[in-house]
Design a protein around this ligand. Structure first.
Ligand code: TNX
Length: 512
């Protein structure tokens, strides 16, 4: 590449500069950088927010201030008056309600030698602008350093907004329990890549992970098992609410799932009356699923579902409730559909949208509810009735699949998923009968049959989850394996600085 090419270039087409790390993931809708000119953080650099900033904007300002500061607890300062110009060398975050062109999550970022300015019409956009700023600085910005680092970034002009509304990941805390501190760390990593949904798979055969006050045995008994026979665990409602609030502060909506009527063994061990023969099954502590289901003809089962959904949504209000609905054994189609329809009524009456895995689509599902595609299923039926789909195709997005035959963690029923397989596919053509306008967004689930420590989770999620982030956020015309492959290489040093146990997959020039 000639020197002239360096003058003004789009990040996607310029060579990665590992010293400065101009390698934003997901790639913004438009980004121009001028690598020969730069903004340098100095000891005088201050983060400013508008004089009339609200508390949310203050928090985003504090987030930005702590990134560039060498001391924890730094706060943003308010500009002295509306429309006041910030002093040179500062970073300004500004809400501008007239910038409706940016949408609810978009932002504009301008960096010059005099300072950085991020504008958005909503707080979420400012937060995402700060994440882009963060990625334009070198990886050393990720250190909690108590010394002055050389934080320098190129001149940049970015105008950006997401392609899909739903940019999700899922943690399976049922097969192995994951402590709240690890969930929060995962949330922090999702935020760096502008992911905005965290689906929590809270109950399955092997464990029930959230306290339900009106059905205490669900955690007293059902919370005490996991794969491999370990102690299990569960979140109290207060701990769960704290996770939801933490996620919210990173612009991530938590989506709680209680799987039913299959995948319910932990509930059946806790309350045998939920089972048709009223006898408690043994705790299930291996990989796979026993054929046990909730007794769908029994009224108390619907009382159970309604209490569980009501308590979870009361502990931390969110606009969705996921009912699972997958892999049911030993139930006729008619009984299964009747069950799903009755549960739909319960969930919708609580004022939230219901989500279920692809199997629910043939039931009479309202188009306001959502179907999550994962395997060859009938999701298209929901698209036909005008409903929205979340795309989580197993062969591309199941983060629990092994990278290749040498990966020791993970499963392989949906095939090996190397980084290219996770990235290089088209959500619009992947699922016949489900067109662009039916796709609410994308989600990459991380099932945890083989995952125990946070290092295990990180290894399977990173870097593949950044492929989800880019396919979900970036404009289709910006998406391309060659550009991503270059940019993800530079993310290696950032992930390493954050202590993430990411897979150093072959074929990428991981930069340190
Ligand atoms: C299928 S995806 C399942 C999960 C397993 C996963 C393992 C889905 C709706 N059901 O119960 O954990 O495969 O990859």
């Amino acid at each position: 590449m000639t020197a002239a090419c360096h003058n003004r270039a789009t990040v996607g087409v310029q060579p990665a500069d590992h010293t400065l790390g101009y390698s934003v993931v997901p790639i913004p809708a438009t980004i121009h950088v001028e690598p020969r000119d730069s903004f340098l953080v100095t000891p005088r650099t201050v983060v400013y927010v508008d004089s009339d900033a609200n508390q949310e904007v203050d928090s985003i300002g504090a987030f930005a201030a702590n990134l560039i500061s060498s001391r924890a607890g730094t706060v943003a300062q308010h500009l002295p008056a509306a429309n006041a110009v910030a002093p040179d060398s500062s970073i300004t975050l500004r809400m501008d309600a007239t910038r409706t062109d940016l949408g609810a999550e978009g932002y504009q970022l301008d960096a010059t030698s005099r300072g950085i300015r991020i504008v958005a019409s909503q707080p979420a956009g400012l937060f995402y602008g700060v994440q882009t700023m963060r990625q334009l600085f070198p990886p050393s910005i990720e250190h909690q350093a108590s010394y002055q680092r050389r934080l320098i970034m190129p001149f940049a002009h970015v105008v950006d907004a997401p392609h899909y509304e739903w940019r999700g990941s899922m943690l399976d805390v049922a097969r192995h329990f994951l402590p709240a501190t690890d969930v929060k760390r995962f949330i922090d990593l999702l935020a760096l890549y502008k992911i905005n949904r965290l689906h929590l798979h809270l109950a399955d055969d092997q464990g029930f992970r959230i306290e339900i006050k009106s059905w205490p045995n669900l955690t007293v008994i059902g919370g005490r098992s996991q794969i491999g026979g370990g102690p299990g665990g569960f979140y109290t409602q207060a701990e769960y609410a704290d996770i939801v609030a933490y996620a919210r502060s990173r612009y991530i909506t938590v989506v709680p799932e209680i799987d039913m009527p299959g995948h319910s063994n932990a509930a059946l061990t806790s309350y045998p009356d939920l089972r048709c023969n009223r006898t408690a099954p043994d705790p299930f502590t291996i990989v796979g699923g026993p054929p046990n289901t909730l007794c769908t003809s029994r009224d108390s089962v619907y009382q159970y579902i309604s209490d569980v959904a009501r308590e979870i949504l009361a502990a931390a209000p969110v606009p969705y409730f996921h009912i699972g609905g997958d892999e049911v054994q030993g139930l006729s189609k008619a009984d299964y559909h009747a069950f799903i329809e009755r549960v739909q009524e319960i969930v919708n009456r609580l004022g939230v949208r219901m989500i279920g895995w692809g199997e629910i689509a043939p039931a009479n599902i309202s188009p306001t509810n959502v179907v999550q595609h994962w395997t060859k299923d009938s999701t298209f039926l929901h698209a036909q009735r005008g409903g929205k789909i979340i795309a989580s195709p197993g062969p591309h997005f199941y983060l629990d699949m092994k990278y290749d035959s040498t990966t020791s963690l993970g499963l392989k029923w949906a095939g090996y998923i190397d980084l290219r397989k996770a990235y290089d596919w088209d959500p619009v053509t992947e699922n016949p009968g489900v067109g662009a306008s039916s796709i609410l967004g994308l989600e990459a689930p991380l099932w945890a049959e083989t995952l125990i420590t946070r290092q295990d989770y990180e290894y399977m999620a990173f870097p593949r989850i950044t492929a989800l982030a880019e396919l979900a956020w970036s404009s289709p015309n910006q998406i391309g394996w060659d550009g991503y492959r270059r940019r993800i290489a530079a993310q290696g040093a950032r992930l390493a600085a954050l202590g993430v146990n990411f897979a150093r997959v072959p074929g990428i020039n991981w930069a340190w």
